[in-house]
Design a protein around this ligand. Structure first.
Ligand SMILES: NC(=O)c1ccc[n+]([C@@H]2O[C@H](COP(=O)([O-])OP(=O)(O)OC[C@H]3O[C@@H](n4cnc5c(N)ncnc54)[C@H](OP(=O)(O)O)[C@@H]3O)[C@@H](O)[C@H]2O)c1
Length: 320
């Protein structure tokens, strides 16, 4: 169990998930948390990672560092996605083992599951079928991370848990035009329509693909919860268990950001939809007593406020 004396390392503390874990730990009063900037420690560098972890000797590690992106970058930079993610996982997980660190949370993604698997997606569907082609390199790396944790747990009796979050959004998200996930991309696209005469919202695909989203504070909550929880399984889905179409999400966000402007949504059907439907079965997480707060509208509003802050645009924000 983490206690106030525990030394905790959050890897990827500047990212969407890592920063939320850090906020949560601080909020809960944990004092012995440490992080290191990527400029000072590139986690793909094996020897440096090992000496860093040896020197710091944390009791608990949250591994939220990864190369992450949306469909475009996953497709275009497959080599970088597979290399960076394999290297980060390999280095951090093995260094944790070599330094006698028993407790680690590894974050994967719902894209580890087969493209056409039954819905909602259960943990047992892992490796049951073919992956979605657009992000298979990323998914394969994440699957290797899961199997690495599983193997270390079996052979070395470690407690390395793998949480598989669904699409996540919140403060500190990536809004890069070419590199973002669909949800932050939607927020940004809709925001840019706010103060212009443009009344057309162009979206990739035909809008029918169904996705589940979760607020990042729920993910941070799950990370702490499962770090402290004894579980038989080491792979646990984290989501809300509810999904909506991309078109639905566009309408939700439009209502929050520009409720008084009539916007026409144009679907660019020449662009890929990605996996047709992805919704997690979260029965296992619930069985262990965890469930998300999952208040979509409030979370979108909070995310939009931080988007404006992160983009120095606070003056334009008005609560509706
Ligand atoms: N975002 C989602 O929708 C989502 C959904 C499911 C699962 N997840 C999982 O959650 C984890 C975190 O994702 P995220 O969305 O928080 O990603 P993110 O916002 O892109 O953050 C990734 C973090 O990793 C750091 N990082 C990347 N490469 C590094 C390297 N070579 N050395 C050191 N640090 C490095 C980044 O540092 P810099 O900031 O300095 O670049 C950043 O702090 C990932 O494992 C991902 O699979 C995310």
């Amino acid at each position: 169990m983490i206690n106030k004396k525990s030394k905790i390392y959050v890897a990827g503390h500047k990212g969407l998930v890592g920063s939320a874990i850090l906020r949560k730990l601080k909020h809960k009063g944990y004092k012995k948390i440490f992080t290191i900037d990527r400029k000072k420690l590139d986690l793909t560098n094996q020897s440096k990672v090992l000496s860093f972890i040896k020197k710091k000797k944390p009791d608990f590690i949250f591994l939220a560092a990864a190369k992450v992106g949306g469909i475009f970058s996953n497709q275009k930079y497959k080599a970088e996605f597979i290399y960076s993610n394999l290297a980060i996982q390999l280095n951090v997980i093995n260094a944790a083992y070599l330094c006698g660190i028993k407790n680690l949370i590894f974050l994967g993604s719902s894209c580890v599951y087969p493209r056409n698997c039954k819905q909602p997606i259960k943990e047992s569907y892992l490796l049951n079928g073919k992956l979605e082609k657009t992000n298979d390199a990323y998914a394969i790396a994440k699957i290797a991370g899961i199997k690495m944790c599983e193997s270390y747990n079996e052979q070395y009796k470690t407690n390395y848990k793998c949480l598989m979050p669904t699409n996540t959004f919140g403060p500190n998200d990536n809004y890069d035009d070419l590199n973002s996930h669909f949800f932050p991309a939607l927020i940004k696209k809709i925001h840019t329509l706010k103060d212009t005469k443009n009344t057309k919202l162009k979206l990739w695909g035909d809008g029918s693909a169904k996705r589940e989203v979760i607020f990042v504070d729920d993910i941070a909550d799950a990370c702490l919860y499962f770090m402290n929880k004894k579980t038989k399984e080491n792979l646990i889905n984290i989501g809300t268990g509810k999904d909506f179409s991309i078109k639905d999400y566009a309408h939700f966000i439009l209502k929050i950001i520009i409720p008084n402007k009539k916007i026409k949504i144009i679907f660019d059907k020449s662009k890929p939809n990605g996996t047709p439907r992805k919704v997690m079965d979260i029965k296992l997480a619930k069985k262990y007593g965890w469930k998300p707060a999952g208040i979509l509208n409030d979370s979108i509003l909070e995310t939009y406020k931080s988007f404006l802050k992160e983009n120095n645009d606070t003056k334009k924000y008005k609560r509706k």
